[in-house]
Every structure is written in C-alpha cells, then in structure tokens.
Design a protein around this ligand. Structure first.
Ligand code: HEC
Ligand code: HEC
Length: 152
C-alpha cells in the first residue's frame, strides 16, 4: 500500500466510524399503530405484577369435557423431564393421603389409543390445559350458558 491509498483508507474508516456513532446516538423510532398514529404510553407502562390467587373452592366446570381449573397456587410446582410436582399429589398412588382429585383415567391413554400404567406423555405437562382459576369478570357482556349435562 502506498501513502496515498493508506491515507485514503484511513479517511474512509474515519467517516465510517463517525457515521456509526451518529446513527447509534439517534433515538429509537417511536412505536406506531398500523394506521400510523402514535401509541400513547407504549414505552412508559410496565407490565402488572403476576397476581397469585388464594386457594379456594374449585369453580364449577361449564361442560363435561372441560379441563377443570386449578383451585390452588402453583408457583413452586415445577414439572421437568424427571419430576412432576403435580403428580406428587394427583397420582393414583398419592391422592388418598393428599386429598387431591386423582388424575382422570383419560390421562393414561396415548395419542394412538394405547392404555399406559402411568401418565401419558401427552398429558405430562399439566398446565398446557389446566390453568389456575381467577375470579375474572367478562370484559364484554355475553349470554354464555353452561352446557347441559353438567348438573348445575
Ligand atoms: C400439595 C399437593 C398438590 C399439588 C403439588 C398439586 N395439587 Fe392440584 N389439588 C390438590 C388438592 C388437595 C386439590 C383439591 C382442592 C379442592 O377440591 O378444594 C387439588 C385440585 C386440583 C384441580 C381441580 C380438580 C377438580 O376436579 O376440580 C386441578 C385441575 C389441579 N389440582 C391441578 C394441579 C396441577 C396442574 C398441579 C401442578 C402444577 C397441581 N394440581 C399440584 C393438591 C395438589
Ligand atoms: C391435553 C390436555 C390435558 C393435560 C396435559 C392434562 N389434563 Fe387433566 N384434564 C384434561 C381434561 C380435558 C379433563 C376433563 C375430562 C377428562 O377427565 O379427561 C381433565 C381432568 C383432570 C382432573 C379431574 C379428574 C376428575 O376425576 O374429575 C384432574 C385432577 C386433572 N385433570 C389433573 C391433571 C394433571 C395433574 C395433569 C398433569 C400430570 C393433567 N391433568 C394434564 C386435560 C388435560
């Protein structure tokens, strides 16, 4: 490299560095709705803290096939590949001493209809279907009625 080209390349580098520092100093673009109006408070509001419900009587089901809601806290109940805290109380070997409802017989059947002697892999992650109950009022009025056959 001769002197001229060395000077030239360092000039290019200097311009490049100046540009990158300029662009990084520019503020983040403002959030906008699809129609282009600004979203009020979008960058100031933080999420509400997770609200943990107290243990209380189970809310009745609305139809027979509904996964019942969980009437107790679940925060420390972890389910991993090797250990399922829910089954610690809900297993057929445990429910008598814990007072929990035993898992449904349907939870022993595999996807292909094979009956297993323990919880089926497709029912292993309980909270895919069962969620803690909350006394949440409907956001929009509706005429929903529980299905017939549930007996309430
Ligand atoms: C320390 C024991 C214990 C553990 C651990 C536990 N439960 Fe329970 N669970 C209970 C008891 C006791 C009841 C019955 C409460 C009642 O009927 O008032 C219950 C009720 C339920 C019900 C309602 C059943 C029905 O027929 O209404 C569901 C669903 C449930 N638990 C799911 C879970 C899930 C999912 C987990 C894991 C995240 C879990 N439980 C962990 C003790 C436990
Ligand atoms: C794929 C969805 C799904 C998963 C995963 C699942 N359940 Fe259920 N569960 C249901 C449905 C639906 C019902 C109600 C119909 C039935 O009995 O199959 C039910 C019923 C129950 C009942 C009530 C049984 C009764 O006799 O009334 C308990 C207790 C329960 N599940 C616990 C669990 C636990 C504990 C796990 C995890 C080990 C689990 N479930 C995983 C869908 C699921």
């Amino acid at each position: 490299m001769n002197t001229t080209s060395r000077l030239f390349s360092s000039a290019v580098l200097a311009v490049f560095l100046a540009l990158t520092s300029l662009t990084s100093a520019v503020a983040e673009p403002k959030l906008k709705s699809l129609r282009g109006s600004e979203i009020q408070g979008a960058d100031t509001e933080s999420a509400d803290p997770f609200k943990s419900e107290k243990d209380r009587a189970p809310i009745e089901r609305n139809y027979v096939q509904q996964p019942p809601l969980i009437p107790h806290k679940v925060e420390t109940y972890t389910v991993t590949k090797n250990f399922n805290k829910c089954m610690d109380c809900h297993a057929w070997t445990r429910y008598k001493e814990t007072g929990a409802t035993k898992v449904s017989l349907t939870h022993f059947k595999t996807r292909d209809g094979q009956e297993l002697s323990n919880i089926s892999p497709r029912r292993y992650f309980c909270m895919q279907c069962h969620v803690p109950q909350a006394d949440a009022k409907p956001l929009v009025g509706n005429r929903f009625q529980a299905a017939e056959g549930i007996g309430h």
